[in-house]
Design a protein around this ligand. Structure first.
Ligand SMILES: [Zn+2]
Length: 466
């Protein structure tokens, strides 16, 4: 494979074996021509230019022929040709600067030292991964002619909403030192459609259809509140997908967001389209009718935890009198993280007789939740919390006979059995008021593309909509 960098001669992407051949030959210059010639002959037809007097022969005989015909002249020809070797390698976990540069064919000690001291290059290596392979060109002496690497995004940035990425460029500068710079690269987004017939495991079906793993993970997550796709899809089911692919200079840099999906499973069709309402940067997934798919309320603060005392009348474990148990007690060792069951605003966070350390959260729709007997509190009154956000840790504070979480659910000021919470709270995020028209306009294209993707019956199709 021959790649061309702007303004440069054609270079060859050689295998790592070629590097060892080249470095071995560096210490034995007499064998340089034969070895490099042999390595290039192995790697591509373009190498024939070097030994053009010879017909294409198996490497061993080519080396012999080259030796017979005078290594010296071949060697000189090579030096004059100013060969550039191009390498490409991924950043690996626990790589060192030196290891990465070695795989890129760079053996020049000055370059290794300088890049080892360069913060941006060190950060790239320390990240243990890069958005795409690092590319370098080196000469036969292992000196760096050019290096380019797309830098990972700072942690916390949403890759789907970051059209500009930074690329690190290294070139020989004046005075022998390398010149290191960065430039902004703008990503293009292309839409991909895929139709995936399920024959066995979903992940296998997706990868056989060329759907990137990260898109598959998004698909599973989108439908998670309705069904566990990894377990419930069967042979004969059908998945259709519309997703973004982020492209840099024509290279597919990374898969982007899942835009729309359809699951046909045993006669039931489920669809999801992504939409970002005004003021909602994250966006969310909705049915084509505009019903939110993401559950906004967890079923319980501690899913799977054993209920040690239910809601209702009981003999109070401390006072011994018959009274109302206003919530549910979940068994949990001290220090278990307690998440808020839904988005809301902290109404109270502190100590109250009986409750011990307690948090009360007010949610939209007139709902309130209470988390009591905590060992620690991580929120302050007035603070906004999201669904699943850790607000404190379980404990045994207040009037409590052992470590547990006492959880209450109030609907419109009335106490309700928390076990029945799901039948009171909204099941999915509804479209914000006044966003219906924007939703249908924005999702019309996706719905058409989804229909196109779903159109193929048994045929695996992967179309490009560029
Ligand atoms: Zn209780």
């Amino acid at each position: 494979m021959v790649k061309r960098f702007p303004g440069q001669r054609a270079v060859r992407w050689v295998s790592h074996q070629a590097l060892s051949a080249a470095s071995a030959l560096r210490s034995h210059p007499r064998r340089l021509a034969a070895g490099v010639g042999g390595a290039l002959l192995l790697s591509s037809a373009g190498a024939y230019a070097l030994v053009e007097a010879q017909p294409p022969l198996p490497p061993r005989s080519t080396i012999a022929t080259a030796l017979d015909n005078g290594v010296r002249s071949q060697s000189e020809a090579l030096a004059a040709a100013d060969m550039a070797f191009a390498y490409s390698t991924s950043v690996r976990r626990q790589d060192t600067v030196q290891q990465l540069l070695r795989r890129l064919g760079v053996t020049d000690p000055a370059a290794i030292t300088q890049l080892g001291q360069e913060p941006r290059f060190r950060a790239l290596v320390a990240a243990g991964a890069a958005p795409e392979p690092v590319r370098a060109q080196v000469n036969a002496q292992g000196e760096l002619l050019q290096l380019a690497a797309v830098l990972p995004l700072p942690s916390g940035t949403n890759p789907y909403d970051t059209p500009t990425w930074r690329e690190l460029l290294v070139r020989p500068g004046a005075g022998g030192a390398l010149e290191i710079s960065t430039r902004e690269r703008r990503l293009e987004t292309r839409t991909r459609l895929a139709s995936v017939p399920v024959r066995g495991a979903l992940t296998t079906a997706l990868s056989q259809s060329g759907v990137p793993a990260s898109v598959g993970a998004q698909l599973v997550k989108v439908f998670a509140p309705q069904m566990d796709l990894r377990r419930s899809l069967r042979k004969g089911d059908q998945v259709a997908l519309v997703y973004d692919m982020q492209v840099l200079d024509g290279r597919e840099l990374r898969p982007g967001r899942l835009l729309a999906a359809e699951i046909r499973s045993r006669g039931v069709v489920r669809q999801a389209v992504w939409f970002a309402a005004r003021g909602d940067a994250q966006g969310g997934y909705y049915t084509p009718a505009g019903q939110g798919l993401e559950k906004t309320w967890a079923a319980s603060p501690l899913p799977g935890a054993k209920i040690t005392s239910p809601f209702g009348m009981r003999i109070h474990p401390v006072r011994g009198s018959r009274e109302m148990h206003e919530g549910v007690d979940y068994a949990a060792p001290i220090g278990t993280p307690v998440p808020s069951v839904a988005e809301g605003r902290v109404k109270f966070a502190g100590t109250q007789t009986g409750y011990g350390q307690v948090i009360k959260i007010a949610h939209t729709g007139g709902f309130e939740t209470v988390y009591a007997h905590l060992s620690s509190i991580a929120v302050k009154p007035g603070q906004t919390v999201s669904e699943g956000q850790r607000i404190g840790k379980t404990g045994n504070s207040g009037m409590s006979t052992g470590p547990h979480l006492h959880f209450e659910f109030h609907a419109a000021g009335r106490l309700v059995d928390p076990v029945r919470m799901a039948s009171y709270v909204p099941q999915g995020k509804p479209l914000p008021l006044g966003e219906k028209a924007a939703f249908f306009a924005a999702t019309a294209v996706m719905r058409t593309q989804l229909a196109q993707a779903a159109g193929g019956d048994d045929v695996v199709r992967l179309a490009r909509v560029d």
